[in-house]
Design a protein around this ligand. Structure first.
Ligand code: FES
Length: 132
């Protein structure tokens, strides 16, 4: 999938995160809600000292419904038409109607533990391009 670059934004700090408890964020702007997650084991696209911090859009790629995190199986789930996305596998669709995987935000962590996003793996729902 293509990497879309957006202006860099600070999402939080490593110290703000508890394993498997999603933190609400918005990236690249206020109209694009997402979650910042510490998964407790190294995962695809994971950053930080444990390689386990990831961030995803929570707008379903199918029709843009707001999705909810399921801590039991570490997925994002859509109440609209029940698409499911694996947060431990780069936002891969497990089931559903969407025609793309969930956009994963690309992250970096600085030496103070601040977490920044600077792009996305796929187009965020409703956006025809990477223009803000
Ligand atoms: Fe999410 Fe249709 S809007 S599955």
């Amino acid at each position: 999938s293509a990497l879309l670059e957006y202006p860099e934004n600070r999402l939080g700090n490593v110290a703000d995160l508890t394993v498997n408890e999603p933190l609400d964020i918005a990236y690249p702007d206020a109209d694009s809600p997402g979650v910042l997650l510490k998964l407790g084991q190294p995962v695809e696209g994971g950053v930080g000292p444990d390689g386990d911090i990831v961030a995803y859009s929570v707008l379903c790629p199918h029709k843009g419904w707001l999705m909810a995190y399921n801590a039991a199986d570490r997925t994002l789930n859509c109440p609209g038409h029940f698409s499911r996305f694996d947060c431990e596998a780069g936002g891969q669709q497990i089931w559903g109607h969407a025609t793309q995987n969930l956009p994963q935000f690309t992250l970096r962590v600085d030496d103070k533990g601040d977490i920044y996003a600077d792009g996305a793996s796929d187009l965020i729902f409703g956006r025809p391009s990477n223009v803000l």
